[in-house]
Write a protein that binds this ligand. Structure first.
Ligand code: SF4
Ligand code: SF4
Length: 317
C-alpha cells in the first residue's frame, strides 16, 4: 500500500492552503453524548474547554482579517461552553457567518432552554447530526433516547423558521455511515431524508451533508474491536478519487483547538498533528495569514478522498 503523499504524487496533485475563508473552532471536548464514531472522543466527563482568553484572542485576530467569512464552531457540544453566546454575538457583530455544529439533544439539557431562540435571533446556521431517519439506527450510534430528543429539537427549530429555505436560518443535517462503509450518494439520500422526515414527522431541513467516518480515535477503536480496521482502511484506499483530492477542505481553512493551537483541520487536531509553522498557537501570531501554506497529510486523509470525497461541508463532488 502506498502512502497518501505517494498517491498524490502519482496523480500530480499538490495539497496546500490556498486561501483561508473559514475558521473551524473546537470549543472543547465536553459533550452531553458519547457517540461510538466520535473522532473527538467527546463526552460528559471531558474537561478540556475553551476559556475566555482564547476566545478573545481569536476575536482580536479576526478584527484584523478581511478574508475570513465563515466561523464553523464545533466541540463536543459547543453550546455547553459558558463563553459560547458571547463568542457568537461578537462574531456576528463582525458580520461573519457562524455555523453551530449542534448535536440537537443538547437543546434539551438544563440551562439550554433558550439556546435555539438565541441561535435564531443571531442568524446562526445549524449543522446537526442525524445519521439516519430511523430510531433504531440513530440510537445504535448515538445512544438511547437520542432519536426522540433530536426529532423534538428539529421541530422546535422548524418553528423558529429554520430549515425552510430562508438563507439566514439554514438547517443542514449530517449523515455519517453506521458502520465500516462509505456514505451513499448525497443528493439521492437527501431526497429520501426529506421525504421521510416530512411524511412521518412534518420536519423540514435545507441540505443533507454526507460525511465519511475517519478511522481515528473512538471509531478506530470500534473497528479494531470488531476486526474491521484494516478492511475499512483498504476500502478508503481503494476508493481514492483524484477529483475529491483536489477539493479537500483544508485548502481553505484553519482549525483551532480549545487551547488555541493551530491545525490544518479538525482531524489533524484530534491526532495532534500541528501546522508546520514554527508558531503553533494563536497567541504566537499577529495574523492568520502567517500560518504556512504547507498541509500535513497522513494516512487518515484517505478518509477525505474516498468515493465522492468528504468534508465538514459534506461530499466534495
Ligand atoms: S459525535 Fe458529536 S454529539 Fe457525539 S460525542 Fe462526539 S461531539 Fe458529542
Ligand atoms: S484529513 Fe485534514 S489534512 Fe487530511 S485531507 Fe482531510 S482535511 Fe486535509
Amino acid at each position: 500500500m502506498k502512502s497518501f503523499s505517494e498517491i498524490l504524487n502519482k496523480n500530480n496533485i499538490e495539497i496546500y492552503r490556498e486561501t483561508i475563508d473559514t475558521l473551524q473552532i473546537n470549543m472543547g471536548k465536553l459533550c452531553n453524548q458519547a457517540c461510538v464514531h466520535c473522532h473527538v472522543e467527546a463526552g460528559p466527563k471531558r474537561t478540556e474547554i475553551m476559556d475566555i482568553t482564547v476566545v478573545k484572542q481569536i476575536l482580536k485576530l479576526l478584527r484584523k482579517q478581511n478574508g475570513i467569512k465563515v466561523i464553523d464552531i464545533t466541540g463536543g457540544a459547543p453550546e455547553l461552553n459558558r463563553n459560547f453566546k458571547y463568542f457568537v454575538k461578537e462574531l456576528r457583530s463582525l458580520n461573519l457567518s457562524v455555523i453551530d455544529r449542534c448535536n440537537l439533544t443538547v437543546l434539551h439539557e438544563k440551562g439550554q432552554e433558550k439556546t435555539a431562540l438565541f441561535l435564531a435571533k443571531n442568524k446562526v446556521a445549524i449543522t446537526a447530526s442525524l445519521p439516519c431517519y430511523t430510531e433504531q439506527n440513530v440510537e445504535k450510534q448515538r445512544g438511547r433516547g437520542v432519536f426522540v430528543k433530536s426529532i423534538d429539537s428539529l421541530k422546535e427549530l422548524n418553528k423558529l423558521g429554520y430549515g425552510k429555505g430562508d438563507k439566514s436560518l439554514q438547517l443542514n443535517l449530517v449523515y455519517n455511515p453506521l458502520g465500516a462503509f462509505l456514505p451513499p450518494e448525497q443528493g439521492n439520500l437527501e431526497k429520501e431524508y426529506k421525504k421521510f422526515l416530512k411524511e412521518k414527522f412534518q420536519i423540514y431541513f435545507d441540505n443533507l451533508l454526507t460525511i465519511t467516518n475517519m478511522p481515528i480515535k473512538r471509531f478506530k477503536h470500534t473497528l479494531k474491536r470488531k476486526g474491521e480496521l484494516q478492511s475499512y482502511k483498504d476500502l478508503l484506499y481503494s476508493n481514492f478519487n483524484p477529483k475529491a483530492a483536489k477539493n479537500v477542505m483544508c485548502k481553505n481553512l484553519l482549525s483551532i483547538s480549545w487551547d488555541g493551537k493551530l491545525y490544518d483541520c479538525d482531524f489533524n487536531q484530534m491526532l495532534e498533528i500541528p501546522v508546520s509553522n514554527i508558531h503553533k498557537s494563536i497567541f504566537d501570531i499577529n495574523s492568520y495569514d502567517e500560518v504556512a501554506r504547507e498541509i500535513i497529510t497522513k494516512e487518515h486523509c484517505f478518509g477525505c478522498t474516498a468515493g465522492t470525497g468528504s468534508s465538514c461541508g459534506g461530499s466534495l463532488l
